[in-house]
Design a protein around this ligand. Structure first.
Ligand code: FES
Length: 176
């Protein structure tokens, strides 16, 4: 079978400082996102590779183009809805999610969860503000992370914000 033409930013990135994977790059399907980060914490180079996941190539290519020159913080704030819009795909397309997870994995060691999410954001995947979650818990009487997910979308992506959501429930759930 003929190799598909390479998209912009497709291929390995020698000397990458930040590498994140989602899925399996050895067995597929999987995505690897790599960044080189300069001394001012900006993305100086970006690249992606996929394994048996052609559908993710366009998403990953758009992501790499969009974050080039951005600060690490700005790159980490690119959400699932942002990626879906860039690639012209539905919000729930698995390719969008897997690329987002790989990007988050690349950023995580550099920023830590709090920095990735930013001070007012609990769910980076869907950029759900902490205040939105607290308001939903208080006003709607939510008591479980699944209820918060249904009401706000928080926690319906990679799931890494779930402990924070559970903490907010403990703090703010009505006790009646
Ligand atoms: S941060 Fe991924 S689901 Fe919330």
């Amino acid at each position: 079978m003929a190799e598909p033409d390479r998209l912009p930013y497709e291929g390995p990135l020698p000397g990458a400082d930040a590498v994140g994977e989602s899925g399996s790059m050895s067995a597929g399907p999987g995505v690897r996102i790599s960044f080189r980060i300069d001394d001012e914490a900006r993305i100086a180079a970006a690249a992606f590779e996929t394994a048996s996941l052609d559908g993710a190539r366009i998403v990953a290519s758009k992501l790499c183009g969009a974050v080039l020159g951005a600060t690490v913080f700005q790159a980490s704030a690119v959400s699932i809805p942002d990626l879906a819009l860039m690639a012209g795909l539905p919000l729930r397309d698995p390719a969008v999610r897997i690329v987002h997870f790989a990007k988050s994995a690349a950023m995580l060691p550099h920023l830590g969860r709090a920095a990735i999410a930013g001070p007012g954001i609990t769910c980076t995947c869907f950029r759900v503000a902490t205040a939105t979650i607290v308001a939903a818990i208080e006003r709607m009487g939510l008591r479980t992370a699944d209820q918060v997910k249904d009401a706000t979308n928080a926690g319906s992506g990679c799931g890494s914000c779930r402990p924070q959501v559970e903490g907010l429930i403990k703090q703010h759930a009505r006790r009646d």
